[in-house]
Design a protein around this ligand. Structure first.
Ligand code: KG4
Ligand code: ZN
Length: 333
């Protein structure tokens, strides 16, 4: 049994987990900073680093205690080294390097995006390889073919805003708070998704995405209604916007499965917590004979368990650079 302690501090969640053999989560503590950043309508990098630094040691102790083991029982330490906020990543990487050095065990640097994909291996319903995955988070929208363990082929990405970012920006414009995704989803439940016919950007064009134009179209519609003194029905706006995003993501994901002749579609990243998206994907994929995999809710948004899961597979293939690596804020897939 390989027990890995994993640390994730790439954005506004400080998280530490202990994961056994890549699939069994012994503990996964997530301290969200959302309340602090919400006051400013988005993540303030300086505050993020400071709060990670305040919490990290406490969370390491907590994660080990909750796993019911002692530090000596750990086989390796894993940490997110990118992409993300530089100062925030630095806190996690420094803590991880120190711990691995003190315990004299291997240190495994993990790409945050790989982590989101491997969240799907945690729940006991893991996809067979190869599979197509759609990563939809606050910073990324990517279609990827995972050919084998840790072998990724990027087939499409966004040219501008990420899907989660679009949710956050629309929410901000509607004064709904931060992060926008969960609030937009909640309002959308009582809205009519056909009330507005928002554009489906780049629908017929390959595997690239663009959400900035959709965001602008929504904002222009809102400004026009304000100007014309028409009352804005926020649930209708949210439902119609959400439907436009899901339509594009779904159509391109299914097209990718067909092109690569792969019948497994795996969802990854924070936006995957959206129930309308999950249900829509599951239903439409089934019609095409494609099996859709979604991570359990707890592992959709940022968490350290997904980093511990990835580390198990990554380390088996490549013992890695040891302690000799730096944070990479713009790390690619
Ligand atoms: O993966 P994640 O936790 O962090 C990044 O790596 O970016 O994703 C955060 C993003 C935010 O943009 C947030 O608004 C979005 O995921 N999100 C959602 C939902 N929950 C989180 N978007 C739509 N519906 C949700 N229920
Ligand atoms: Zn993330």
């Amino acid at each position: 049994m390989t027990k890995i302690l994993a640390i994730e501090t790439s954005c506004d969640e400080t998280s530490v987990a202990v994961v056994e053999d890549g699939r069994n989560v012994l503990s996964n503590i997530v301290a969200s900073q959302v309340k602090i950043h919400a006051k400013y309508g988005g993540v303030v990098p300086e505050y993020a680093s400071r709060m990670h630094a305040e919490k990290i040691n406490l969370l390491i102790d907590e994660a080990v205690a909750k796993a019911g083991i002692s530090l000596k029982k750990l086989d390796a330490v894993a940490v997110t080294y990118g992409p993300g906020l530089e100062g925030a990543l630095l806190v996690g990487v420094t803590a991880a390097k120190t711990l691995a050095m003190l315990l004299n065990i291997p240190l495994i640097p993990i790409n945050h995006l790989h982590g989101h994909i491997y969240a799907n291996f945690i729940a006991g319903n893991e996809p067979e390889l190869p599979f197509v995955t759609l990563i939809v988070s606050g910073g990324h929208t990517q279609l990827v073919v995972v050919k084998d363990h840790m072998q990724f082929e990027l087939i499409g990405t966004t040219r501008d805003d990420a899907a989660g970012e679009a949710f956050d920006k629309i929410a901000r414009f509607l004064d709904l708070g931060y992060p926008g995704g969960p609030i937009v989803e909640k309002l959308a439940q009582n809205g009519n998704d056909k009330a507005f016919n928002f554009p489906r950007p780049m629908l017929g064009q390959g595997f690239e995405f663009s959400f900035s134009g959709l965001k602008t179209a929504v904002i222009q519609a809102l400004l026009k209604m304000k100007n014309d003194k028409i009352e804005i029905n926020k649930p209708d706006v949210c439902a119609s916007f959400q439907k436009a995003v899901i339509d594009v993501l779904l159509k391109k994901s299914l097209k990718a499965c067909k092109k690569y002749q792969i019948s497994r579609l795996v969802l990854s990243g924070g936006v995957t917590a959206n129930k309308t998206l999950r249900n829509g994907f599951e239903k439409e994929a089934q019609k095409e004979g494609i099996t859709c995999f979604v991570p359990p809710f707890a592992y959709c948004t940022d968490n350290a368990a997904m980093i511990g899961a990835t580390a198990f597979f990554a380390y088996q293939l490549n013992p890695g650079p040891g302690h000799n690596f730096r944070v990479q804020p713009s790390l690619k897939l």
